[in-house]
Each structure stands twice: as C-alpha cells, then as structure tokens.
Design a protein around this ligand. Structure first.
Ligand code: BGC
Length: 556
C-alpha cells in the first residue's frame, strides 16, 4: 500500500552522466571478491556432535513462528558438506568466504566454564584449514543471530548486561583456537535485526515484543559487547595474530521523496541515522546520533517517562566504545523513499513511530523475490558516500549484497540476479571512484538456505539447493558464471565483453535446466535398466526352468 510513483527524469539524467563517467571500470588490485553464508541458515545438524540449542532452534520448533513451520534442523546439510561447498567456492574463484561460527556448537550452554565442545572446535578448525588449503581467505562472523538458548532462558538474552562477559569469553576462545589462521573477524552481523526483529516486533527469535524499549536495550548491550571484544583482541591477540576486528552493519538507503522539502530531507537522514547510525555513530563518534537522542527523548517525555527509552553511555563508556572497529562490514540490499510524518507519542512507545517518517517505494523498482527487497543500485553509491563523510572514510568490506527469488521449481536462469549484481557492483565501482575506501565485496549468498521467519520460501543463493532431496544437491544458477567472470576480470572490462558473459551464462544455465528437466526421465530409465530388466530376466529363467522340469517329468 505504500507505493508511489516518483518522477524519474532527474534520476535518469544523473544515471546517464554517471554511466558515462564511470561504467566499465576495473577494481584496484588486491580487491577481495567473495560470497557469504551463516551457520544457522546452512549447517543443519542442529543437535549433532554435542551442539547445544540456540534461540533459533527453540523459535523454529514452536508452531506458527516461521513460514510453513519450517526449521533449519537439516537445512543445506552444510555440516556434512564442507568439502563439496569448498569446491563450489573454487569453481567461483572467490578470494574470500564469509562464514559464521555457531556459538552453541562450540559452547553448548553459551557459558565457557560449563562446557567447551571439542567436536565443534574441530569442525571449524577443519573448515578453516580446508579453506586456506584452497587459498580462500576466511572472514569469520562470531554472531549471526544464534544465541545459545540457555542464555536466553536464564538471563533474557540481549536484554541482560551479563551477555557482555559470556560473549567475550566465547570470542576469546575463538581468537585462541582459530586466530592463528583467521585474520578478519566480525563480532556481530546485522545487530539492527537482532534488536529490532528479536526484541521489538518479535518476528525473529527470541520473539519478544518489547515495543519501543526492548530493541534499544538489546542494541545498547550489543554495542558494549562489541567494544569489549575489540579491546580484548587489541590487548591480548593483536600483536601475535595481526588480524582485524570489525562489525557488520546493515542499512538501506533513505532518499527524500521531495528534494526541495527540508522536512523530507531531514526525515530521510533520520531514517539512515536510526538504521545505520544507531550502531555506527557510537563506534565511530562515541555516542548515539543526536537526532536519535532528541526524538526518542522527546517522545519518552511526552509519554510521561522520567527518562529516555534510549539508554545513555557514560563518559568513560563513550571513549571506550569510540574507535573500536578496524573496518566496517556493510550489509546492503535495498533503498526506500522517505517522507516526514508526525506520530503522536500517545500511540505508545515504538522504534518505528519514534522516527516520525514513512517509507515508500517506487512501483517501477524491480522486486523479484522478498517483499522488502527492491533493486535500486544508485542507493548503494549514496549510502557508501554517506559512510565516507559521516565516519571519516573508514575501511569498508561489503559483507552482504544480493537478491532473492521466490520460485520453488528448479529455475537456474536467474537473469534478475545478474542484472542486480551488475547494477550494484557498478555503483560500488563509482563509489570507489568517489574515494570511498571499499576493499572487498561479498555476494549474499553462496547457497539457497533457511531465510529466518520466511523459511525456505526466499532463495538468495548463487547455487540452487534442492531441499526436497535428502542429500540437498546444489546446482549453479546463471549468476555463478556471471559473477565468476566479474571476479576474473576484476570488474567490468568493456560493454561487449560484459554482454558476452551474460549470453554465456544464460546458455549454460539453459543446458543445465534441460539436463535437470530430463532428470525424472533418466531416473525412470535407470529404474527400468536396474530393476525391471533384471527382475523380468530372472522371472523368465525361473519360468523356463519350471517348464523344463515339467516337460522332463512328463517325458519320463
Ligand atoms: C541477514 C541474512 C539474511 C538476509 C536476507 C541479512 O540481513 O544477515 O542472514 O539471509 O538478510 O534476509
């Protein structure tokens, strides 16, 4: 319902100019190309080899929380298919693979002094070693949403300040066990979703609906935890291991609907500050964005509260948190148009109404898969430039960028993903040309996998996974061939070549599609040759033998 039509002339004009200046560029040498995945979404083996349950295991095992009540109990069976998946990475020729460690797989209750699961440690050790043997750099996320369930039950999860020390113990164990080989660490992936969807709307695990309060509190503890872990690494491990520790933040870009309206311009900025700035501002500047403090503070007062629902950092905390990121991981998928709208504080506390804005989309934007994911490449460049100016041009690795589809049948010719990647990578190139310090890019994601409360209904993979088959076979979509060409050329060399990649990718996927379509026929023929023919043959011999015996008897 929030769709509007936007006059596009201005954008097409810009686009022509930008295109003219910047399209078909190569990236600086040493730029890292990769793909990503996360533990809970792909590993399966949810209760195998000593793993403890996570909040996502508990959440998905309750009815009515996830689309079709699906779970990631077995998912892509990634736990058993590390070698196969590394072959896919080799096929793609990526420089890096972004993966996450499941906290409850290596600490079943989340508490180090209670138990460390050696089998879990071995699993990640083997994975990291295999990646390195294949010359693929592991970029490792410590927290991609799978909090040990015990910590949720005992302490209320991220609502509780004690998470800081439990998580710090876990992080230190990871640095100790894997830090000799892992040089890129990400403390948290998308803490915005952890806070907002886990503790505000309850759409994600642990499913708490603490509107207007829970998300701010969870985020506060996560930011402090991140800072603590960065300091631990800095003090104890950095000199020996020479790695980097960052955080991966997610943000859409917010564009004012009316560029001549000061109110819309401010609302759009507020949108990004409440999204990215909520986490990035404390880390780069020592405190929450001014605008967040003002808006949440004012609404809290109007609601008769004695203090703001947005917690505050002490002076010591501010200086402890400021500067705690060696790089910024950026996860970006889409853009929104924004207009200003006042919400009465009397409606009750809520992160969403605290912002006083409305999000809109242009119905012309392509949206092949997830309802929220419209392809708007130019927003990527604007967001990257915003980061450059707001946070002092930090080192950036793009940790997630990609698009989904909803098709459930095997359809490997994903032209919409090729178009999305072409558009977004091209805007990334322009941003680098603008001086934004991006050194790596990660397509989200390697495989189709469990998409949280959407179950398996949305597919983000470069590889299609057939979830109906027990061994979860993977098949390359056309985008595999396309992305592989971008990687080997280190960007876009010239229009003719880029067009030929597209054609080649579509040819290849059509052939694989045909082979797979013939699959049931092949299976049928195999059944005929392997079961029916030998059975008929044996029966014939038996009948002939019986007949022969019968004739011989008669003859005697
Ligand atoms: C999450 C991923 C998820 C993607 C698409 C990202 O913010 O980190 O785990 O697959 O959104 O829903």
């Amino acid at each position: 319902k929030n769709k509007i039509r936007i006059p596009t002339m201005e954008w097409s004009l810009c686009y022509v100019l930008y295109c003219h200046q910047c399209m078909y560029l190569l990236l600086p040498l040493g730029f890292l190309w990769g793909v990503g995945s996360s533990a809970y979404q792909t590993e399966g083996a949810w209760d195998k080899d000593g793993k403890g349950p996570s909040i996502w295991d508990a959440f998905t095992h309750k009815k009515g929380k996830v689309f079709m009540n699906e779970t990631a109990d077995s998912s892509c069976e990634g736990y058993y298919k590390v070698k196969d998946d590394i072959q896919l990475l080799k096929e793609l020729k990526v420089n890096h693979y972004l993966l996450s460690i499941s906290w409850p797989r290596i600490m079943p209750t989340g508490i180090k002094k209670e138990q460390v699961n050696e089998k879990g440690i071995k699993f990640y050790n083997d994975t990291i070693n295999s990646l390195l043997e294949n010359k693929i750099i592991p970029i490792v996320t410590l927290y991609h949403w799978d909090l040990p369930q015990v910590l949720q039950e005992k302490y209320g999860g991220w609502q509780n300040i004690s998470m800081i020390s439990y998580f710090n113990d876990y992080a230190n164990l990871c640095f100790e066990k894997f830090g000799d080989r892992v040089k890129y660490w990400i403390t948290f992936n998308n803490p915005w979703a952890v806070a907002e969807e886990g503790y505000e709307t309850g759409e994600h695990a642990p499913g708490l609906k603490l509107s207007g309060i829970g998300a701010y509190k969870a985020a506060h503890h996560i930011i402090k935890t991140h800072a603590k872990v960065w300091h631990s690494y800095n003090k104890t491990w950095r000199s020996k291991q020479q790695g980097m520790v960052g955080i991966s933040l997610t943000s859409a870009w917010g564009e004012p609907v009316d560029l001549t309206s000061q109110k819309d311009i401010e609302a759009a900025e507020r949108y990004v500050q409440f999204y990215l700035g909520w986490f990035a501002n404390p880390i780069y500047s020592g405190d929450y964005p001014e605008v967040m403090k003002n808006y949440v503070g004012r609404k809290s007062a109007q609601q008769g509260l004695g203090m703001s629902r947005l917690p505050t950092f002490s002076v010591q905390e501010k200086s402890y948190i400021k500067g705690t990121s060696d790089f910024l991981g950026l996860s970006h998928f889409t853009t929104r148009y924004i207009i200003q709208k006042n919400y009465s504080a009397l409606k009750g506390p809520s992160y969403h109404t605290d912002r006083d804005l409305v999000e809109l989309v242009d119905p012309k934007w392509p949206d092949p898969g997830s309802k929220w994911l419209y392809s708007v490449p130019w927003g990527f460049r604007r967001l990257l430039n915003f980061i450059k100016t707001q946070y002092g041009n930090p080192l950036i690795y793009v940790t997630e960028n990609g698009v989904s589809e909803k098709l459930q049948c095997i359809q490997l010719c994903d032209e919409w993903r090729i178009e999305y990647l072409k558009g977004y990578i091209n805007e990334l190139l322009k941003a680098i040309n603008d001086g934004v310090n991006v050194k790596g890019y990660t397509v989200w994601s390697l495989l189709d996998k469990f998409e949280w409360n959407k179950g398996y209904s949305e597919r983000f993979g470069l590889y299609h996974v057939d979830f109906k088959k027990g061994n979860k076979p993977r098949y390359p979509k056309a985008s595999v061939h396309y992305y592989k060409m971008i990687i080997s050329a280190n960007g876009f060399p010239n229009p003719r070549e880029v067009k030929s990649w597209h054609q080649k990718a579509i040819e290849t996927c059509s052939i694989t599609n045909q082979l797979l379509a013939a699959d049931p026929l092949t299976t049928h023929m195999e059944m005929v040759t392997e079961i029916v023919v030998p059975t008929v043959f044996t029966l014939c011999i038996l009948i002939s033998a019986i007949l022969l015996m019968f004739l011989l008897r008669k003859h005697n």
